[in-house]
Each structure stands twice: as C-alpha cells, then as structure tokens.
Design a protein around this ligand. Structure first.
Ligand SMILES: NC(=O)C1=CN([C@@H]2O[C@H](COP(=O)(O)OP(=O)(O)OC[C@H]3O[C@@H](n4cnc5c(N)ncnc54)[C@H](O)[C@@H]3O)[C@@H](O)[C@H]2O)C=CC1
Ligand code: BAL
Length: 502
C-alpha cells in the first residue's frame, strides 16, 4: 500500500509531469503514421491535458509486425521462465518506485480519486505483475497416463501475438490483469488503451523497456475503437484477443474473429450485480459500509459494482439510515484531494448517459442524492425500484446509482438476483450459514461474496457467467490459460516399425 501525500503535493506533481503523447512500438515512442492526434482532457475540469497519437490500421499493422518478429525469434517467448520472471519483477519495482507519479497520471486522465489510485489501483497493479512473474517458473507441464510403449507429454505453449483491448475505468489495473499473465507466458502484446485514458499505459511501456523487456514484446497503439480496436480484432496475425468493456463491443470481437482468422477471444464485460441483504444479516452498520463501497466505489464505474440492493422488508429502513450515515463521509470533489471519495465521471458523454438515468427516476423514488454539478460529478444516488421493468434496475448504468428492490423471502431474493442477462458478481449478507452456502451455489455469477463486497485478490479468477463473460478468466493461475495453448507430444517407445494411429 502507498502513503497518501497532501493535496498540494499532488497538485505539484501534476504540474511537473511530462505527459506521454505517442504510440509505443518496438520499444520506442512514435507518432501515428497519419500524423493525426486526438485530445485527451482532464474529466475534473474539462481542460486539455495533451494530444495523443490517433493511430489506425497502419499503426496496428506495424505493431503486429514487430510483435510477431519478437515472438518468432524467441527473444522473449523462448527465454527461460525464470529470466522472464526477473524482468517482470524489475518492472513491478519500477512501478513501485514511480507510484505517486503514476497515481497522479491515472487520476488526471480518468477522474479516479487519488485515494483509490494510491491505495487500490497502483498497489494492485504492482502486486498483479509481481504475482504472475513469481508464478511462471513454478508451473509444470504434465505427462499423461499412457501405455508403457509411449510417453505422452501435455505442454503449454505461449499462444503468440495477443491483442489487449482495455477499458477506461481501471486503466492500469486492467493493463496489469492482462499483461501480467500474457508476458509471463511469453506472448508478445499489442495493447489498445481506451481513448479516454491512454496516458498511464504509455508511461508503463517506457518502464517496461527500462526493466529490460526486449523490443517488440510490448506495443501500445492509441486511438479509437473503430480505428484501432477493430483492426486488432480483425488482424490475421493476432492469435488471441483479450477484451474488457461493454457487452455490446464484446460481441463485436466475436464477429471480428469469425470474419478473420478465428482468433481466440476472451471477453470480460458488463454487470448489473445484486447485493442481497437478508433480515438476519449481522451488524447492519458493517453491511451498510459494504453496500456503499460496492455501489459507489470508483463512482460506480465498475463492472462488478453492486448496483442492485435487494433488501428484506423488515430491515430496509434501518439499513437505509445507516447507508445514509456512511455516505456523509463520501466527499464529492477534486479527485486530486486525498479526502475525496467521489470524483468526476470519466467524460462528458458518460456524464450525460448517467445523469439521463437519474433524470428518468420519479422524484418520489429518489431516496438519496440525485444532484449533479458542472457536467462532471454526480453525487451518490439511491433510487427505489419502480417495478420489474425499471431500466435503472435492469440496465448497466456504470455510475454512482444504486437501485433498491424490496423482498420478503430468500427465494424471492435469489430469483430477482438471477433475473438478468448478466452474471459477473453477487453479494449476499446473512448470518445463517446454510442460507449463505445455498445462496453462493444458487447465484449465477462468476464471483459471489458472502458478508462482504469484493473481487477477491490476485489469486482468485475474475470473470462472468452469461453475458458478462466469455472464454476465460482474468487474475489467478487460470488467467494463464487464455495466453497459452495445450500441445500433446506423443512419443513412441515400442519396437514396432509402424505404429498404429488408433
Ligand atoms: N466491463 C467493464 O469494465 C466496462 C464496461 N463498460 C460499459 O460500457 C459502456 C460504454 O463504455 P465504452 O467506453 O463505450 O465501452 P466500450 O466497450 O465501447 O470500450 C471498451 C474498449 O473497447 C474499444 N472499442 C469501442 N468500440 C469498439 C469497436 N467497435 N471495435 C473494437 N473496439 C472497440 C474502446 O476503444 C475501448 O478500448 C459503459 O457505460 C459501461 O456500461 C465500459 C468500460 C468498462
Ligand atoms: N472491477 C474490475 C474490472 C472492471 O471493472 O472491468
């Protein structure tokens, strides 16, 4: 964990930063081949931060060519795992050495609060790179139980050149969730950060080079989804794409793959995650702190946000009173102030989308909040459900908006919780052990937390059921599966001259 500095120290760091602008290909920064740029702004103020290379297909082609050269000549892919480990651990140390600078860069570009950047995003990013680095020289291949006349080895090989298409809500952490296992496995990567938040990834690329990552292994191509994301999805020489973002864009990657080289696709997508609080939940004050964190952490711009509170009628009023008390401590304001818990939304467009949802709610149904300011911030808002068709209860808002649904039985709670096309995460608060375990089984979600809100740690897989996920998991040793493929090596030991193929 990092140590928080003062507001004025963060402002001073912000003023002193040299902001990266160019794409990063073959271990060097370079402008887009077209020479075009796009503006990136500070979501808290609307001020221009800098202009970033607006890349397109030509830049993607160049990055893939360099990534392929690096993969095929083995400068990274064929290093001993222990050698890759050393370089990645050096990267994690360089990230730690530059933690305040990276936290400020992340906060300036995304609107995330400096408190979260320093206490969550950066420490988790560093831990993730280190964990996958440490893991890679402790993984063994397998020998199958074949007959005495054969030895059959089952080995994992790096999949090749991978495209990593990232969202804006956790720019560095999602980068780490993907490059950690991909680089540890020996892949070369072509990364597309979200256009709202390109800067921290560009700075990490330079640190990766300083750590000793060979040229061509890590490339960053900046630009829009259409200009860069789609060419990555359709590229014939990319072996696999790992994507985090909306379900709508995730679907497109399946289409790109089907229409190009059938590259493997792993998708981590949206959620409308339930948080069930039963009447036997212990210590409603603690429950309230988890509910607030689950719904409003990172401005609710979180695919695993608990955005539906499904609460038993007998405790609803007392829980809401405690939630309101906790929210008094959630200061809305300048994300560079370490006391701020709620910063601006990531962009004006996203602000308009989220405030549109809040405006749809009848004023009688708004239990808490509902106010927005300057076209940037929306205060934590709690809305009573207006029924099963309520869009606020069914659609991913991706903002600080919590819908409340009242239930009178456990079975009703589970049924409502599962009544969604999504299945990313779910939380259940109950002191009844059997109920907790039955609920954990019954909830259709990739992560179920009992008596807490969370995503586990780097050792636990993260991904969704149903329309929240496809093809694999981020984090944990299971994340390595997506960046490797299985090969059978069948060795004949028999005296037969021609072996039967059966
Ligand atoms: N699961 C998650 O963590 C995230 C979910 N979302 C959800 O998606 C909504 C829309 O946010 P967006 O930023 O527009 O998400 P998005 O899914 O459009 O963007 C995610 C990434 O995909 C790229 N992309 C966009 N369109 C593309 C295309 N046609 N082909 C290839 N790549 C493309 C973007 O440039 C970005 O790098 C949010 O309001 C939220 O509901 C957004 C970001 C992260
Ligand atoms: N909650 C981390 C993953 C995501 O929001 O995309």
């Amino acid at each position: 964990m990092s140590t928080l500095l003062t507001h004025s120290e963060y402002v001073a760091i912000a003023k002193s930063l040299t902001l990266p602008q160019n794409a990063f290909i073959n271990n060097g920064y370079r402008p887009a081949i077209s020479g075009k740029t796009f503006d990136t702004t500070n979501p808290a103020t609307g001020d221009l931060l800098t202009q970033v290379a607006a890349c397109n297909t030509e830049d993607v082609d160049l990055a893939v060519e360099k990534a392929r050269e690096a993969f095929d000549d083995g400068r990274w892919s064929r290093l001993a795992p222990a050698q890759r480990k050393e370089i990645l651990i050096r990267l994690s140390k360089l990230l730690a050495d530059n933690i305040h600078e990276l936290a400020v860069l992340e906060s300036l570009d995304s609107g995330k609060t400096i408190q979260d950047c320093e206490m969550v995003d950066l420490p988790d990013t560093i831990a993730c790179i280190k964990w996958h680095a440490e893991a890679i020289d402790k993984l063994y291949d397998q020998v199958s139980p074949a007959s005495d006349d054969h030895i059959a080895m089952i080995v994992r090989q790096a999949i090749g050149v991978v495209g990593l298409v990232l969202p804006w809500n956790f720019p560095l952490l999602m980068l780490a969730w993907k490059i950690g296992p991909a680089l540890a496995a020996g892949c070369s990567v072509v990364i597309k950060p979200a256009e709202e938040t390109s800067l921290s990834a560009l700075r990490v690329a330079e640190l990766a080079r300083d750590a000793g990552l060979p040229a061509g292994v890590l490339n960053i191509v900046t630009g829009t989804g259409v200009d860069v994301g789609e060419p990555i999805g359709r590229h014939p020489d990319i072996d696999m794409v790992s994507f985090t973002g909306s379900t709508e864009t995730g679907r497109r990657f399946l289409k790109y793959s089907a229409e190009s080289n059938l590259k493997e696709v792993v998708l981590e997508m949206g959620g409308k995650n339930p948080c069930i609080v039963m009447d036997d939940a212990e210590d409603l004050d603690v429950v309230a702190s988890h509910v607030v964190n689950g719904a409003f952490w990172n401005m609710g711009e979180n695919c695993s946000a608990s955005s539906r509170l499904i609460v038993h009628k007998d405790i609803k009023d007392s829980l809401l009173d405690k939630i309101k008390a906790h929210l008094r401590e959630w200061k809305v304001g300048d994300p560079l102030n370490p006391d701020t818990r709620v910063g601006p939304l990531v962009s004006k467009e996203h602000y308009s989308k989220v405030s549109g949802y809040v405006q749809q709610a009848a004023s009688d149904n708004i239990l808490v909040g509902g106010k927005s300011s300057n076209g940037t911030h929306i205060e934590p808002t709690i809305v009573e459900s207006s029924g099963s068709d309520d869009p606020l209860c069914n659609e991913e808002i991706f903002g600080p908006v919590l819908s409340v649904i009242t239930i009178s039985s456990f079975d009703e709670a589970i049924s409502i919780a599962n009544n969604t096309p999504y299945g990313l995460s779910a939380a259940l608060f109950t002191a009844n052990g059997k109920r907790a375990l039955r609920g954990a089984r019954a909830l259709n979600a990739g992560t179920v937390t009992i008596n807490s809100f969370g995503e586990g740690d780097v050792s636990t897989p993260f991904g969704g059921f149903k329309q929240s996920g496809f093809g694999g998991r981020d984090k944990s040793i299971h994340a390595h599966d997506q960046y490797t493929q299985l090969k059978t090596i069948w060795i004949d030991l028999s005296d037969n001259e021609i072996e039967s193929v059966s």
